[in-house]
Design a protein around this ligand. Structure first.
Ligand code: AMP
Ligand code: MN
Ligand code: MN
Length: 324
């Protein structure tokens, strides 16, 4: 991280009296790990910080310290906003994206980041936003307590699916090693955040797996509202399914279409190494990484499915012509 950037962030954090840290809607392990990790670090520095996410903290991350303190709406007007793991302003959710006239520090690792902050610290080479926060803490000489180290490790473990994604390098492992040295528990974090799930969600996967379709290298399925109700599964508990499906040999791209409660459709995309789904996601209003992206679209499930599949087919054909 550039020293000038570290300085700029430090100056703004120091000067702020009430900081609002916000993470993305439909939070994953890096979103919640970053939110609680940065929150814990700021609290340890004696800073007043409110931690917010428009959606509730998913069950999988409620073992992390501070999860019960996350709020879903802004209270008193903060004098500094920090977004973590958000690739664009709208990812903070409507109510937070609408907060105007408050300086914003944007801390994120998505290639598709739109640089929407007043200070933008974006590192696509980092495997998780929590890896960046570890660098921040180290750069500022902040002490790391074990519960905070667990939060930061949670982001690394979930975004890399236990250090197995293509972007894992020596830096990633080095960061994890330092978090373990600070008292984080890899086995606990991996089990809680990645492995444990309800029986209902596995049964729902069963239904979704039964409905899989494969055409021209694209493997897709859908999770309807009725399926989620049948198995009592919350809105966005399905990225585990697309991760699982990304191991299917016959698939170059995986797409899981999930009907969420407000009527939108969440699309979770995965690509085999060498294929890029981030560009399609970006073009359709979403974002992410080359091998794991997502987007949200209004409209009915059939329509969204057709539109996204058409774009994916076109993009895959283009990529295959380009690379032969
Ligand atoms: P998921 O498929 O939900 O696990 O998400 C995979 C990646 O895509 C993550 O890095 C997300 O941050 C990103 N992503 C998912 N949904 C969206 C969206 N609606 N807009 C922008 N990025 C997204
Ligand atoms: Mn995320
Ligand atoms: Mn992330």
């Amino acid at each position: 991280m550039k020293p000038s950037l570290l300085q700029a962030i430090n100056d703004r954090l120091r000067a702020a009296r009430h900081i609002l840290v916000v993470t993305h809607v439909g939070p994953d392990g890096d979103a919640i790990g970053s939110l609680l990790g940065l929150g814990g670090l700021l609290w340890d520095q004696g800073k007043a910080a409110t931690l917010a996410c428009e959606d509730p903290v998913p069950e999988s991350y409620r073992f992390l310290a501070g999860s019960e303190l996350v709020v879903q709406q802004a209270g008193n007007r903060p004098d500094l906003l920090v977004s973590v793991d958000c690739s664009d302003r709208d990812r903070m959710g409507e109510s937070f994206a609408a907060l105007e006239g408050i300086p914003l520090i944007n801390i994120d690792h998505h290639v598709t980041n739109t640089m929407f902050g007043d200070v933008n610290w974006v590192e696509p080479s980092c495997a998780s936003t929590t890896q960046m926060l570890l660098e921040l803490a180290e750069g500022l000489g902040w002490q790391l307590r074990p519960p905070v180290a667990d939060c930061l490790l949670c982001g690394l473990v979930t975004d890399t699916r236990s250090f197995r994604t293509a972007n894992v390098d020596g830096e990633t492992i080095g960061a994890a090693q330092r978090l373990l040295a600070a008292g984080a528990s890899l086995s606990r974090v991996a089990r809680q955040a990645l492995d444990l799930r309800s029986l209902g969600s596995v049964r729902l996967w069963g239904e979704a797996v039964n409905a899989l379709q494969l055409r021209d290298g694209i493997l897709w399925t859908r999770v309807t509202r009725a399926m989620r109700q049948r198995w009592s599964v919350e809105d966005r508990e399905t990225s585990g399914l697309s991760n699982f499906l990304s191991g299917v040999r016959e698939a170059r791209i995986v797409a899981v279409f999930t009907e969420v409660d407000n009527g939108d459709v969440d699309v979770s995309l995965r690509a085999q190494p060498g294929v890029d789904v981030a560009q399609v996601a970006l073009r359709l209003g979403g974002g992410g990484h080359a091998l794991a992206s997502g987007l949200t679209m209004k409209g009915d499930l059939d329509e969204v499915e057709q539109r996204v599949l058409a774009e994916l087919h076109r993009s895959l054909a283009e990529q295959e012509t380009r690379h032969g």
